[in-house]
Write a protein that binds this ligand. Structure first.
Ligand SMILES: [Fe+2]
Ligand SMILES: [Fe+2]
Length: 259
């Protein structure tokens, strides 16, 4: 069994609150009987893309479990590269792929510098085609990006989702190895289908964004009361995918119900 944790929208902002919530999630993951093989961090790592926010993120994300991160709309590619990844500054998309046992995870940079909405560039599609061309036959593939390529009935986010989703849909529909698409951005644990595959939206560790059926904008848009949460993706030997969404209480584990 392969176990991949997905943490999203950490929004490191130099304050202690968001950092402590990520630290609680990482402590939870590190304390599991079966620790995850990897942690995917699907964007909005920082709140404003500042180098010092990436420095805060790098410190908090230091863990024995490999962390694979991509940018979201709140990130800055140059600062992401230099401070979080320790690479040379560049505004090129931050795409990377990893092999985890039989699984290939392709992380795609859907951010557009200076824009809140998302788009996968021609360069990113060319890179993805190369990754898929060299990925093992008959072995599972997960795609991860920040911006959901589907309508989620989510105020704010549906206006700034992935543009040109049909281009990604064609890739996903035509490759039997792709078992699911993972995103963040919506600050909500959500699932739908995309190109006939599961589209799994990880919760944010920082806040929860209500859906279209909740109270009117502009009040009650973001809820900062809920505990942070994480998505746990399990892939078995038949390549079947199961996902659990797990909130991580800031007050710690409680083995018996409260009186
Ligand atoms: Fe976010
Ligand atoms: Fe976002």
């Amino acid at each position: 069994m392969i176990l991949v944790a997905q943490v999203s929208d950490t929004h490191f902002d130099l304050g202690s609150r968001n950092a402590e919530r990520v630290e609680a999630v990482l402590a939870f993951l590190n304390g599991l009987r079966r620790t995850p093989d990897a942690i995917l961090l699907t964007g909005d790592v920082t709140d404003a893309g500042k180098p010092e926010q990436y420095a805060q993120a790098k410190l908090a994300l230091a863990t024995d479990i490999p962390v694979y991160a991509i940018p979201g709309n709140h990130d800055d590619r140059a600062a992401f590269r230099t401070t979080l990844l320790g690479e040379a500054a560049s505004d090129a998309p931050i795409n990377h792929a990893h092999r985890i046992g039989d699984l290939t995870v392709a992380l795609l940079d859907s951010s557009i510098p200076g824009e809140p909405s998302g788009l996968l560039s021609d360069e990113t599609y060319a890179w993805l085609h190369d990754v898929l061309a060299t990925a093992p036959a008959d072995k599972p593939v997960l795609l991860a990006l920040h911006h959901p390529p589907a309508h989620l009935f989510s105020p704010v986010v549906d206006e700034i989702a992935l543009a040109e989703p049909e281009k990604l849909a064609e890739v996903v529909a035509n490759d039997q190895r792709i078992v699911a698409v993972l995103t963040g951005h919506a600050h909500s644990s959500a699932t739908t289908t995309f190109a006939g595959k599961p589209l799994l939206v990880a919760p944010s560790t920082a806040s929860v964004l209500g859906g279209d059926w909740e109270l009117e904008l502009p009040d009650h848009v973001m809820d900062y009361a809920p505990d942070p949460a994480v998505a746990l993706h399990l892939i078995d030997e038949t390549h079947s995918l199961t996902t659990h969404f797990r909130s991580v209480p800031m007050s710690g584990w409680l083995g018996v119900p409260p009186a």
